[in-house]
Design a protein around this ligand. Sequence first.
Ligand SMILES: [Fe+2]
Length: 342
Amino acid sequence: MSGNPLIAPAPPGYEPVPARVLTDISTLPCDLYIWRGPRPVLYAMKGGELRKVISRAQRGMSFLVRDVDSDLLRGALAAALPTVLANQRMTPVERSKTAYSIVAKVLSPVFTREHALDHDGLILTHQAIDAITLHLLDDEEMVWAMVATMQKHLATHTHAINTAVYSIVLARFMKFGSADAIRDVARGGLLHDIGKNRVPRSVLDKPAALDSAEWQVMRTHVKSGHDMIIRALGYQPAYAHIVAEHHERCDGSGYPAGRLASGIALDSQLVGVVDAFDALTTRRPYRAPVTAFDALHIMRVAMRGQFSDELLKEFIKLLGGYGTAAAGLEGLDVANVMRVAG
Ligand SMILES: [Fe+2]
C-alpha cells in the first residue's frame, strides 16, 4: 500500500501536524512540540507568539501536538478554513493544498477506528466541508485548484474529501439546486463511506477479490454509516439518505435495496457517480488506478445502465473543461492535472 504523505510519524501520545495547516490560524490553540532527540520538545505555548511558528511552517517544518490537544487544534483549524480559502497572499493551488490538508486533519480521527463518531467530531466535519462548499460556490479559480490538489492515494478520508469536492464541483456545474442543497450533497459526499469504520481491515484492504461472505460484510457500510450519523447527531440530517443510497444503481443492480433510478434520490445518484470515478482513479491495494479517461469509459460502457446518462454527460463535460481552465492556473502541478483529468 502506498504511504499517506499527510501523516508523518509521531511518538506515542503525540500526533503530527502538517506544517502548512498552521499558516492562517490567529491564535495558537494548544502547545506545539518538535521532535528532536529521544522525546518531543516544547516549541511554542498555547496562546503564544505565532510568528516563529509560521516562519517554521513556511519552511515546511512539521510540529507535534499532544493527543489530548487534538480536538482543540482541529477546532481552530476548521475555524481558520474560510480565511485560508480567501487568502490572496497565496496562489489558488497553495490555498487548495492548505485547505485539503486542514480538512484531512479535521477528518482523520472521524475515520479512525479507535475513535467512535461523536457529535462534536461530526459538527466539526460539517464546519470544515461547509467552508469549502461556500467558498467554491463563488470562486471558479479555486474550483479547478481544488480538483488539481486531490490526493490520489489510498486513504478512506482522502477518498471522502475527493468525493465531497467532486460532488460540490459537479453540483455547482449542473446548477443542482440552492446553496443548502449543494451543502448537503457535499456533506453526504464527505461522509458516504463513514460506515466502513465498522468493516474489518482484512475485508477493506484485501488484496484480492472478496468472497460472498466478505461482500456481505462490505455492503453493511451503507446502513451502518447512515445509522452512525443519526446516532451521533441525535436527529436525521438532510443528507442521511445519500449515505444510505450511494451504492444503489439506476438499473437495479446496486445495494442495499436494488432500487431503480426512479427510486434513488438525484443527490445520491450524483455522489454515486463521483464516488465510483474517484475510486477508479485512485490506487487500491488490489489494483492500479486507471486514468480519468478510462474511468469514464468504464462507467459509460462496462457499467452501462448503472449511472444516470444525464449525470455522466455533465461530469464528462465538466472534466473536459477542466483541462482548459487548469492550464491557466499559476503554479499548477501539470503532471497531476493530466493524471487527474486524463
Ligand atoms: Fe461506499
